[in-house]
Ligand binder design. Structure first.
Ligand code: 13P
Length: 304
C-alpha cells in the first residue's frame, strides 16, 4: 500500500478511500471501482462502529474479504483519534494494534486534537508499531472540522480566516520527526457532519487553498491526504492531486446516498444501487480515475 500511494503521489493521481458506515456498502463500492478500473480503499473509522452500523474492525474485514478484488481494492483503518470528536480520551493503541494484527493494509492515528509535540509522540509510537508489520501509517495535523457535535462555523469564515489550517513550519517538524507515511492536512477541507439531524444536511461546498497546499507539499515531502472529500469543488480536487494530495477520503457522498435510498425504498438492494452509481460517478467524473488502477498497483495484487 505504501508503494501504491507513492505512485499516486508521483503521478498526480489519488487513491480514494471510501468509508463504509454500513457493511452492505462494501460490495457496491468495490464493484464500482472494478467497473471503472480504478484502485480504491475501503475504509472504516472508529466513529462508524460507534455512531453507525459498521460493527467493528473484524466485521468490516470479513465483509471486505467477501468482495475484495485483486488490483482494485485495499482495506484502511481511518481515524482512530487520541481525543475524539466528543472530546473524550480514547484508548487508541489496542484498536490500531488489532487492525495491524488482523491484516488491514494501512492505518490512521489521529492526534490532531493534541498539541504538536504530543501528536508527534503518539504518531511515532503507532508508526513504529505499524512499520514492524510492514503497514503504512497516516497521521493528521491541523483541524479538519465537521465531526464535532453542533453546527460547524460558517464555511466562508473558516476558509477566508484559514481557521484550523495546517501550519507550514509545524508540518515540516511533524514530517521530519513523527515517522508517518502519509499526512492528512487542513487547507479548506471540512468533514461532513456525523451527529444527530446534522448528518442528513447537505454539506457546504468546500474549496481548497492551493497555495497553502503547495507550501505544505514542499515542507513535508510525504504524500498528503485530504479528508472531507465529499463536495469539494471538482477543479480544486484535480489541482490538489498535482500538488501532493495522494489519498482522498470520501464518506458523506455515499453514506447520504445509501441512507436516502433506504428511507425511500426500505430496500438494501436499492441502497446498494445508489452507492454503486454514486461511486462510479465519483471515480469517473469527479476524480477522473477511470482505467488508472493498473498504473497505481504496478499490476500486482494487493493481498494480505
Ligand atoms: P466526508 O464525509 O466529507 O466525505 O469526509 C470523509 C472523511 O474525511 C473520512 O475520514
Amino acid at each position: 500500500m505504501t508503494d501504491i500511494v507513492l505512485r499516486a503521489y508521483q503521478a498526480g493521481l489519488v487513491v480514494p478511500a471510501f468509508n463504509v458506515p454500513y457493511l452492505s456498502m462494501v460490495e457496491p463500492v468495490i464493484r464500482a471501482a472494478a467497473d471503472e478500473g480504478a484502485f480504491i480503499l475501503i475504509a472504516t473509522a472508529r466513529l462508524e462502529w460507534i455512531k453507525f452500523e459498521s460493527k467493528g474492525l473484524a466485521p468490516v474485514l470479513e465483509e471486505y474479504r467477501r468482495w475484495r478484488k485483486p488490483g482494485i481494492s485495499g482495506l484502511h483503518l481511518d481515524h482512530v483519534p487520541v481525543i475524539d470528536e466528543d472530546n473524550l480520551q480514547v484508548d487508541y493503541m489496542p484498536i490500531l494494534e488489532e487492525a495491524v494484527r488482523l491484516g488491514y493494509h494501512s492505518v490512521m492515528v489521529d492526534g490532531s486534537r493534541l498539541d504538536l509535540e504530543e501528536n508527534i509522540r503518539a504518531t511515532r509510537k503507532i508508526a513504529e508499531m505499524a512499520h514492524r508489520a510492514g503497514v503504512p501509517c497516516e497521521a493528521e495535523l491541523g483541524a479538519v472540522m465537521g465531526h464535532e457535535a453542533g453546527p460547524p462555523p460558517p464555511y466562508e469564515e473558516l476558509f477566508s480566516s484559514g481557521m484550523g489550517f495546517t501550519d507550514i513550519a509545524e508540518a515540516k517538524r511533524f514530517a521530519d520527526s513523527a515517522g508517518c507515511d502519509w499526512l492528512s492536512v487542513a487547507v479548506g477541507n471540512i468533514h461532513g457532519a456525523v451527529s444527530g439531524a446534522l448528518k442528513d444536511r447537505k454539506k457546504a461546498q468546500a474549496r481548497l487553498n492551493l497555495e497553502h497546499l503547495e507550501k505544505l507539499r514542499l515542507a513535508t515531502g510525504v504524500p498528503l491526504v485530504l479528508h472531507g472529500g465529499s463536495g469539494i469543488r471538482a477543479e480544486d480536487i484535480r489541482a490538489a492531486a498535482r500538488l501532493g494530495i495522494a489519498k482522498v477520503n470520501v464518506a458523506t457522498e455515499i453514506r447520504q446516498a445509501y441512507e436516502a435510498a433506504v428511507r425511500d425504498s426500505g430496500d438494501t438492494a436499492q441502497a446498494q444501487k445508489a452507492v454503486y452509481e454514486r461511486t462510479r460517478w465519483l471515480l469517473r467524473d469527479y476524480f477522473g480515475l477511470s482505467g488508472t488502477a493498473a498504473r497505481l498497483t504496478g499490476q500486482h495484487e494487493v493481498s494480505r
